[in-house]
Design a protein. Sequence first.
Length: 185
Amino acid sequence: MTKVYASSADLAGAFPVDVKSDAILAFSGFPITRLLGRGFSVRVGNEAVTMPGRIHNDPELIHVAQLTELQREIIDCILTRHSDGFVREQNLARIIRSKNAWVPPFVIQLVGEYVIEILRVVHANLQNLDGAAYRTFLRANPAFFATTQRRVISYWNCYYRNYPREQYVGFQLLEFFKSLVGDSD
């Protein structure tokens, strides 16, 4: 049976051990959070973490006043998995400049989604990304990056074919990330 509601520990599973206690604390005051879709695993450093496919809750019920900056960033990361594209975009804008090694999977996952406004936020911030952190993450997760590439192609084909490939922001992002890992295909 598939789990329907996420506990603090479930959500904290998207983060490496060195910030897991902060993640559990951050999520302990979360509203009821439903899990939607299948999650996925990636490697962050030497650890496997499990990201939720989508989450659904009321972000207005999340209280951050007593949280540290790190704990707020953790919440922003997990809200990039929210079912509402506006919530994903808002939270992406808050984490996109982060130098934390556990942020790239949240950003790269969004590159493989269909909301062009979110892709534009990533594109507008390419110079702010920690290239070494993204390179390390992408090299450790080639299957995840290959899936992201297939999704960009699929969403372009389905929704954005009116853009020539070289002008579509999704392909521009793929070229940037491929250049980081030294992949010219």
